[in-house]
Design a protein around this ligand. Structure first.
Ligand code: CP
Length: 352
């Protein structure tokens, strides 16, 4: 049977993702606050998850390590380019530059020693001028290293954030929506763009959008002109939401978006046409700063909405401390749910 990777939530039916969420809930109830091995989780003694982090991480890294440890397994951390070789993914390339190991060898070697591989590899949206020529969003969204690695891997590959999506964040957010609303289908969800001093990638908002869609919510994407998410992702999110009785609209009007909202999920992202620009060129315009922060006044326009953010969050920039410190904020619960959703995912992939 072909190995089943976890590269994008779009590779899975909404019902399959919902089943993982229910499994995560069960594991959370069994394991939260107790420490040690999680009762009812599969025994992963002797199983190893290799982790390749090309980019910084806190929640993703710790949730993977903790999930494996709490099922009796272990992890092997690799930081490519720092404590191991520089990897190559281009087919047919003559490797006389600065890469030393091709995924054609790397993936089967890791598969021979480990039981699953997690990869975080997201190119920055902004590039220095020397490397900007090839860095359009369309190019980067192909996630060539991740896809090449998965083609060569006989063990499950888990996307820990690529250029196109961050499905582990999406799965955790589905769990959080399920907890906050119990039955999220049909409830109003706002994904709001926020100003940020640097242009950030679109992978996380893509997966947050899909999480709300796979939960059947009535979604509003609130963003200024020019900040639309990738049209193919928006289209697929709309189709998945509608299949579950939900909907998806895009607007630049905060009044219309926030009225009646039950969830406000804030995230900053850069313009798709800014990929490859210099940090100065891609920086969101300062004129957007005051209007595009989530503050108490905005939350007051909602129907007592809970506030979500994937973290890390810049206080006083993306959201006010008043919002983040209020009882409406679910950001720590949302981050903790990275552990339980990842535990469910690894139990599903490795526990059989
Ligand atoms: N939300 C998230 O992926 O956090 P990290 O970047 O810290 O892993």
């Amino acid at each position: 049977m072909a190995v089943r990777h976890f590269l994008s939530s779009l590779d899975f039916e909404s019902a399959e993702l919902a089943a993982l969420v229910e499994s995560a809930l069960t594991l959370k109830h069994a394991g939260r606050g107790r420490g040690g091995l999680i009762s009812g989780a599969p025994d992963l003694a002797g199983r190893v998850l290799a982790l390749l982090f090309f980019n910084p991480s806190l929640r993703t890294r710790v949730s993977c390590e903790s999930a494996m440890a709490r099922m009796g397994g272990s992890t092997c951390q690799l930081s490519p380019g720092r404590d191991t070789w520089r990897f190559e993914d281009r087919p047919g390339v003559v490797m006389d530059g600065d890469t030393q190991e091709h995924v054609a060898e790397l993936a089967p070697v890791l598969a021979s020693m480990c039981d699953a591989v997690g990869i975080r590899k997201a190119e920055l949206l902004t590039q220095d001028r020397a490397s900007s020529a090839s860095a359009s969003y369309a190019d980067l969204a192909r996630d060539e290293f991740l896809q090449a690695f998965a083609r060569h891997s006989e063990v499950p590959v888990i996307n820990l954030e690529s250029n196109s999506c961050h499905p582990c964040q999406g799965l955790a957010d589905m769990l959080t929506l399920r907890e906050l609303l119990e039955e999220p289908a049909g409830e109003p969800f706002v994904l709001s763009w926020a100003w940020h001093p640097k242009a950030l990638p679109v992978a996380t908002p893509h997966s947050q959008l899909l999480a709300a869609a796979d939960s059947g919510m009535r979604i509003t994407v609130l963003a200024p002109e020019g900040y639309g998410l990738a049209p193919d992702v928006v289209r697929q999110a709309r189709e998945r939401a509608e299949a579950l009785g939900g909907s998806l609209v895009e607007t630049q009007n905060p009044e219309a978006a926030l009225k009646g909202a039950r969830i406000v999920c804030a995230k900053s992202w850069g313009r798709l046409d800014a990929y490859g620009q210099s940090p100065e060129e891609a920086r969101p315009a300062d004129r957007l700063r005051g209007a595009w922060i989530i503050d108490e006044a905005k939350m007051a326009r909602t129907d007592g909405a809970r506030f979500m953010h994937c973290l890390p969050v810049r206080r006083g920039v993306v959201a006010t401390s008043g919002v983040l410190d209020s009882p409406l904020s679910a950001v720590v619960q949302q981050a903790e749910n990275r552990l339980w959703s990842t535990t469910a995912l690894l139990a599903d992939r490795l526990g059989g």
